[in-house]
Design a protein around this ligand. Structure first.
Ligand SMILES: [Ca+2]
Ligand SMILES: [Ca+2]
Length: 234
């Protein structure tokens, strides 16, 4: 004779039981206790990444290795064209060299890394390693040093993809960078991820404007416009 069955949750354990009355009138209960040890329970970690659509960030400027004395460093500037602040934690930037070498993948991990509406954010090379020896130096104009993932000079030619939660929000290609100053999206136009794909074409130009007069010169090199609107191309 079959009796009641069921399961009961007892804290971190579950009791599964089956009861019936035997031919001899005794109630027989089969029970098994299944343990759900807390160590085996996994909590889903929230995935942190910027919720952006295609075009939700725009690469606006890039400054590569310089030929002369330089303390301003190498960096990539992105612009936020949306009407809201964007937390860049979880953003992925892929540098894919055109010569077939393996890509470098940068994950923005640190907080705060917020770029305001119509604001700019600068990711830069702060670490260089040669034969296991690494030198770390965050350039003065850089908001986020990429050294956890990227410890070398920027590639001479590359595709750069900016990826948010798996969506490529902007992509650019460059085949050379100026040895003085930066490659800069024309400041006369609104930054647009659909209009900036090829750095060899307009509306890109080199920004080789000398640093302004006034005050002591604390840094060496042609600065470009890191963290602010670009100059109008000649
Ligand atoms: Ca683009
Ligand atoms: Ca700029």
């Amino acid at each position: 004779m079959k009796g009641p069955r069921g399961a009961a949750r007892l804290g971190s354990e579950t009791l599964v039981y089956s009861a019936f009355v035997s031919d001899r009138g005794a109630t027989v209960v089969f029970a098994a206790v299944i343990f759900f040890a807390s160590a085996c329970e996994r909590t889903e970690l929230p995935v942190i990444c910027p919720d952006l659509e295609v075009g939700g960030l725009v690469v606006t400027e890039i400054r590569g290795p310089q030929t002369g004395a330089d303390t301003r460093g190498q960096w990539l500037e992105v612009f936020n064209p949306t009407p809201r602040p964007v937390d860049l934690r979880g953003l992925v930037v892929r540098f894919r060299p055109l010569d077939g070498r393996e890509e470098e993948r940068v994950l923005v991990r640190a907080a705060p890394a917020v770029v305001e509406p119509s604001g700019y954010f600068v990711l830069g090379v702060d670490t260089r390693c040669t034969d296991g020896d690494c030198a770390v130096n965050l350039p003065p104009d850089v908001d986020y040093g990429m050294g956890d993932d990227f410890a070398r000079d920027l590639f001479a030619e590359a595709v750069v993809e900016v990826e948010a939660c798996g969506t490529v929000v902007d992509e650019i290609t460059y085949r050379s960078l100026p040895g003085e100053g930066s490659r800069s999206l024309d400041g006369a136009t609104s930054p647009d991820a659909m209009q900036n794909d090829d750095l060899d074409q307009l509306p890109w130009c080199d920004d080789q404007t000398a640093p302004g007069d006034g005050g002591p010169m604390l840094e060496l090199g042609i600065p470009g416009t890191p963290g602010r609107a670009n100059r109008v191309c000649p």
